[in-house]
Design a protein around this ligand. Structure first.
Ligand SMILES: [Zn+2]
Length: 315
């Protein structure tokens, strides 16, 4: 996002996290994520004021006042470690956050495709399989052929992607029990979370929305929001677009988000936000909590950092 000198009066920062404990897709030492998250949150508290994301959205959309150097923390996908590990840490530190949840994952009847694929590759009992013309070897999820398959899977619609992943699992025949049911929250855990923190939508099945028809995008977003509100007993006004890159969010996607009643939505496009931002495509720096202080370099080296600092006095 380019920022002009005469744009708006403030700069704010929105951070995107996922899991804080290791998973098949995101390997790391067991405690690195929580330690790194604590280091990053301490730094954010020194740099500015951590507010709920809805405050930044209201400042953009309605001109509501915002503390100088406002920073919002968000977590996508509903990993169980968010409620078991991240939430208690944030509570102790007195810091708000917004958690973007997927009803299909909470029901347990949709599995996060990137995690199932990674588990199948890690625990493959066959050396190689063929899916939709892609040769995918078992063993190492960082193998370029695995990455090529993953990228190809992002380019197709949800039904096709889920079929490919089922074929991958069949073809690699992973040993042992599928860990996915333990990896994500259930509805009871989501209710606990919603009692303490803000909750937003991340679609019904983690669809990469622009791959779906406009009608399907609308039905998905409307359905996910209605379901989350009914099950959790809280208002759900915010959305995180799955995958969240420019190709994943079309003009139809933004229109569907608005029509489904969302007042704000976040992408995964790196960038600082300002009073001139579109509340339905708020940029967000995605950080790996495992990277700790090192991960913050991305922010400090970004061209908008100086302007963010200049938008308010150090506390
Ligand atoms: Zn996601």
């Amino acid at each position: 996002m380019s920022v002009r000198a005469n744009e708006g009066g403030w700069r704010a920062l929105v951070i995107g996290y996922h899991n804080v404990a290791p998973t098949p897709f995101w390997s790391a030492p067991p405690d690195a994520g929580l330690r790194g998250l604590a280091e990053q949150v301490r730094w954010f508290r020194r740099m500015g004021t951590i507010v709920p994301l809805r405050h930044i959205v209201a400042a953009i959309a309605e001109g509501r006042p915002l503390p100088r150097r406002a920073i919002a923390l968000t977590f996508d996908d509903g990993y169980r470690d968010n409620v078991e590990r991240a939430m208690p840490l944030l509570d102790r530190m007195g810091v708000p956050a917004t958690f973007f949840l997927v009803p299909g994952f909470l029901d347990g009847d949709v599995q996060a495709w990137w995690e199932v694929s990674s588990w199948a590759v890690h625990h493959a009992t066959r050396p190689m399989t063929e899916v939709a013309g892609h040769s995918v070897p078992g063993g190492d999820v960082t193998d370029p052929r695995v990455r090529v398959f993953m990228e190809a899977a992002k380019a197709v619609d949800t039904d096709t992607r889920e079929r490919w992943v089922a074929e991958l699992v069949d073809g690699l025949a992973p040993a042992g029990e599928n860990p996915l049911p333990g990896l994500f929250m259930n509805w009871d855990e989501a209710r606990t979370l919603a009692g303490r923190m803000d909750v937003g939508s991340h679609t019904q099945r983690h669809a990469i929305l622009s791959r779906e028809t406009p009608a399907d995008q609308h039905d998905d977003l409307q359905g996910a929001r209605t379901r989350l509100q009914a099950e959790l007993g809280v208002g759900v006004e915010l959305l995180a677009y799955p995958n969240g890159q420019p190709d994943d969010v079309s003009t139809d996607t933004v229109a569907a988000a608005r029509d489904a009643g969302h007042t704000g939505a976040v992408t995964t496009v790196d960038g600082w936000t300002s009073s001139a931002a579109d509340p339905l495509t708020v940029p967000r720096f995605v950080l790996d909590p495992m990277s700790g202080r090192r991960g913050l370099r991305k922010l400090v080296r970004s061209p908008g950092f100086a302007r963010f600092l200049a938008s308010g006095p150090l506390r």
